[in-house]
Write a protein that binds this ligand. Structure first.
Ligand code: DGL
Length: 268
């Protein structure tokens, strides 16, 4: 079982921020990644559709010999975890609980902000997870639907992005947040831009890093950690891989040589 892979899926490239965090924390683990690029975005779709997609994505990855499944999409994590845990025979973790836990551990004022897709914020999953901690008094949640396309286009330090980030974060700043959860897999790439706007007084929580910590902790507790020194990554997508490779390089900070395309109809 220790030689099993860690399966990670997202609607597209965003989950690669989780791959990056897992690779850096657990270099001996092999990761198999699926990006549902043909059906992205999930963030604007109904919970029913997202749950159906998530189950198909998980079925595909489970066929690759997993020891743990990570739902590296905030939107999918916000609605599909109970359904996924019902049929998967391996531990399933999402990105919301780890992100909320990290924010709760760091906030001093107890006023926490969260930004995410419309689907994630509307589900109330972050609000519920954050409020379950005594250290969190208030949660200010803000949908930020324009950020995913800006990241996909690579406009990370563009003036348009700065303007939109200011627009989205102003209400949170006005409410006095001291911690902001980046509740979408794409947002860690906007970390520098956000830090510049928000300053040092507001701490940013990257759910990708907290999720990698959670992966490490589960592997350790369950006795599933790999004995290898260096693991391998493999990548699958549901639409032409060309753009994926280009964007993946930006997300991972290194080239992704081989990406295999899978037809959506063949996922299960
Ligand atoms: N991966 C999604 C998330 O973390 C963002 C992209 C999408 O909307 O599909 O919510």
């Amino acid at each position: 079982m220790n030689s099993g892979k860690i399966g990670i899926f997202d609607s597209g490239v965003g989950g690669l921020t989780v791959v990056r965090a897992v690779n850096s924390l657990l270099p001996g683990e092999s990761v198999v990644y699926f990006g549902d690029t043909a059906r992205l975005p999930y963030g604007s779709k109904s919970p029913e559709t997202v749950i159906r997609f998530a189950i198909e994505d998980a079925e595909f990855l489970l066929g690759k010999g997993l020891k743990l499944l990570v739902v590296a999409c905030n939107t999918a994590s916000s609605v599909s975890l109970p359904a996924l845990r019902e049929f998967a025979d391996v531990p399933v973790i999402g990105v919301i609980e780890p992100g909320a836990k990290a924010a709760a551990g760091i906030t001093e004022s107890g006023i926490v902000g969260v930004i995410g897709t419309l689907g994630t914020i509307s589900s109330g999953a972050y609000q519920k997870a954050l409020k379950s901690f005594d250290s969190v008094n208030r949660v200010i949640a803000q949908p930020a639907p324009l950020l995913v396309p800006l990241v996909e286009e690579g406009l990370l330090d563009h003036s348009i992005t700065e303007m939109i980030l200011k627009e989205y974060t102003a209400p949170l700043v006005n409410e006095g947040i001291d911690t902001l959860v980046l509740g979408c897999t794409h947002y860690p790439l906007l970390r520098d831009a956000l830090s510049g706007i928000l300053g040092e007084g507001i701490r940013l929580i990257d759910s990708a890093e907290s999720t990698a910590d959670e992966v490490a902790s589960i592997l350790d507790t369950e006795g599933l950690s790999s004995d290898f020194l260096q693991g391998e990554n493999s990548f699958y997508v549901s639409d032409i891989p060309l753009k994926f490779q280009e964007i993946a390089q930006r997300f991972l900070g290194k080239a992704v040589p081989l990406v295999t395309q899978i037809e959506v109809g063949d996922l299960h």
